[in-house]
Ligand binder design. Structure first.
Ligand SMILES: Nc1ncnc2c1ncn2[C@@H]1O[C@H](COP(=O)(O)OP(=O)(O)OP(=O)(O)O)[C@@H](O)[C@H]1O
Ligand SMILES: [Mg+2]
Length: 337
């Protein structure tokens, strides 16, 4: 069986073809970074318009590079939420219409499940059960994944998501949108322990996070140096901030692994591209005789491949969208089954 996957929840248009025997056959991505850069963040209306502009072209390309035609496609899967309502509507309308025209089912996919299952596209796949750390632009969650489709959120951010904290702190440092990856690059030049940022909520008995205070801490540190904020000082602050985020994530993950007695860890979502995070999680898992799994860097942020994969899983379970075009801008992961 072969499915087409369409992602349009935010500022990336992604399309992929996935076959349950042959694996990922093609994937195409168009990122709108340039569209939104001058505004310093995603402008929802511009995002929707750009998805309209790119969607069909990417579908044609993806089919062609998978040497497939519409006749090879058994279902059209699309991100139905969570995300920006207008952006989601574009992908949902295109997917629903194609499915109708091709006389195949349309399958709604939860974007966060897409991120969570992205490591399954790699050669080395995690075995169930596992603990998942989902760290993206909009979410920070620790999830107990007992089996495919069984997601129990055991901890999450009470305010900013990890990626959001990266982006906001980057902005304070004068780094262009989206700042996360660039902040991380600059941090490599930073001097270790030049500044000491707090590890928020690390003493609390739960698995929740709070990252908005780190952004304030960064803001105050920057203000203290406003007359001498040279490149080295920026790098030192970036490094201290990154280490605080990573360390906080590590403390909570370690605690959750101990409680659940799991030896497999999956990290997914945009921030899982962060090399300091990967290194730290690798060290943690080695120290407890466990293993860490993550998607390839290009599948950490939004993409069509993860939607096609999660879509195949839901398609095989018999899940179908009806003829209406519905999206769910809020669609909590733990309401899936
Ligand atoms: N190397 C990196 N280091 C730190 N943060 C990063 C890195 N690469 C990407 N990010 C962050 O990841 C986020 C984007 O990830 P993703 O595309 O998964 O999020 P999103 O789709 O906007 O949010 P969600 O999936 O929660 O709806 C941004 O906040 C970005 O700064
Ligand atoms: Mg995402």
């Amino acid at each position: 069986m072969r499915v087409l996957g369409i992602e349009s929840s935010c500022d990336e248009t992604g399309v992929a073809v996935y076959d349950d025997e042959l694996g990922l056959m093609s994937h195409e991505l168009f990122t709108q970074i340039k569209v939104h850069a001058e505004y310093g963040g995603v402008v929802p209306e511009l995002a929707s318009r750009d998805h309209i502009r790119m969607c069909l072209e990417l579908i044609e390309k993806a089919l062609k590079s998978a040497s497939s035609t519409k006749d090879d496609i058994d279902a059209v899967c699309y991100t139905a939420g969570p995300g920006l309502v207008g952006a989601l509507m574009v992908g949902a309308t295109v997917a629903r219409s194609l499915a109708y025209a091709w006389n195949v089912p349309a399958v709604p996919v939860n974007h966060m499940e897409g991120h969570l299952l992205a490591p399954m596209l790699e050669e080395e796949k995690p075995e169930f059960p596992y603990l998942a750390l989902l760290v993206s632009g909009g979410h920070t969650m620790i999830i107990d994944v007992a089996a495919p489709g069984s997601y129990k959120i055991i901890g999450q951010s009470v305010d900013d998501a990890a990626g959001e904290a990266f982006d906001k702190t980057a902005k304070l440092l004068g780094i262009a949108y989206p700042g996360g990856p660039l902040l991380s690059k600059i941090a490599q030049q930073g001097e270790k322990d030049k500044y000491k940022f707090p590890r928020p909520m690390s003493d609390s008995p739960n698995y929740d996070f709070s990252f908005s205070g780190l952004k304030t801490f960064a803001s105050n540190t920057i203000a203290e140096h406003k007359n001498e904020l040279d490149e080295q000082t920026k790098a030192d602050i970036a490094r201290a901030f990154e280490e605080a985020v990573v360390d906080t994530l590590k403390i909570k993950v370690k605690k959750a692994l101990k409680k659940l007695k799991y030896k497999n860890l999956v990290i997914a979502g945009g921030v899982s591209a962060n090399l300091t995070l990967r290194k730290n999680m690798q060290e943690l898992m080695t120290s407890i005789g466990g293993k860490v799994f993550y998607p390839r860097i290009s599948f950490c942020t939004d993409n069509g491949a993860m939607i096609a994969y999660a879509g195949m899983f839901r398609f095989k379970r018999g899940e179908r969208a009806d003829l209406g075009v519905d999206v769910l801008p809020r669609w909590p992961l733990d309401t899936l089954n």
